[in-house]
Design a protein around this ligand. Structure first.
Ligand code: URA
Length: 247
């Protein structure tokens, strides 16, 4: 039996907002509850929260799921998937001791990219944030080889031909120059696979180090590598609004 997902019927009813556990017991004893179309009249029945169909007075009830929104500062050498076929450390491994709900990353960061990644159990939020139509800004700080010239920056900003597509207009700013490299700030509105790396490569300045620092107005700020925090309610509200494309 799937123990993790199995709970008493009256608890399931209480979690679904039907009534308190005590009151739910009375409702069960009155013969008003069906599990997978079978009327239950005794206490002690357990149900699978994910598989069983529960009805009260002929109406299906569903558990209210608490929505969780987290930001994590992903270190390099951590995969941004729930499981990894090579058993490498995942973003979920970094939070699973404290968060018991099933959550998953919103989009991806490369294995060798660090920085801001969001995690949630809200599927609609995920779809909205990752949908290319909504053009949510993603800001990166990259250390690249060499120093981009004005012309190269213009090419980057206008959109570049990469493999079989042209990138949308982007922003690029050199924030610091070193001997043989420079630190640049890049904002893109799309999220194609390894897009920043490919764009920097296309203007002749391959990426040495890459970090995502913001998604829209939500900034990583001083969150340490490997640390996470719940998003503030105003951050959730803002991202939900952006993810619905209502701006
Ligand atoms: N662009 C990249 O090249 N890598 C990332 O991880 C994110 C954006």
């Amino acid at each position: 039996m799937d123990k993790q997902n199995t709970i008493r019927l009256q608890k399931y009813m209480a979690l679904s907002g039907v009534a308190s556990r005590r009151k739910s017991e009375e409702i069960i004893l009155q013969g008003r509850v069906k599990v997978n179309s079978q009327t239950i009249r005794t206490l002690g029945v357990k149900v699978n929260q994910q598989k069983d169909k529960i009805e009260v007075d002929g109406k299906e009830i569903k558990q209210k799921q608490k929505k969780i929104y987290i930001m994590l500062n992903k270190p390099v050498a951590v995969v941004s998937t729930v499981n990894d076929q090579f058993n490498r450390e995942t973003v979920i491994d970094l939070i699973k001791n404290e968060i018991k709900e099933r959550i998953y990353p919103v989009g991806r960061l490369d294995y060798d990219t660090e920085g801001l990644i969001l995690l949630t159990n809200d599927g609609e939020f995920t779809n909205g944030i990752t949908h290319p139509k909504h053009h949510i800004d993603k800001t990166y700080i990259a250390v690249v080889k060499g120093i981009p010239t004005e012309l190269e920056k213009q090419r980057f900003a206008k959109g570049l031909k990469i493999e079989d597509y042209k990138t949308a207009p982007a922003e690029i700013e050199v924030v610091k120059t070193m001997d043989r490299s420079s630190k640049i700030k890049i904002t893109i509105h799309e999220g194609k696979n390894r897009q920043v790396r490919k764009m920097c490569e296309a203007i002749g300045h391959p990426v040495i180090k890459l970090k995502r620092v913001a998604i829209g107005n939500v900034h990583l700020a001083h969150l340490h590598s490997g640390s996470w925090r719940h998003l503030k309610s105003e951050e959730v509200k803002y991202l939900l609004k952006e993810s619905r494309g209502t701006f």
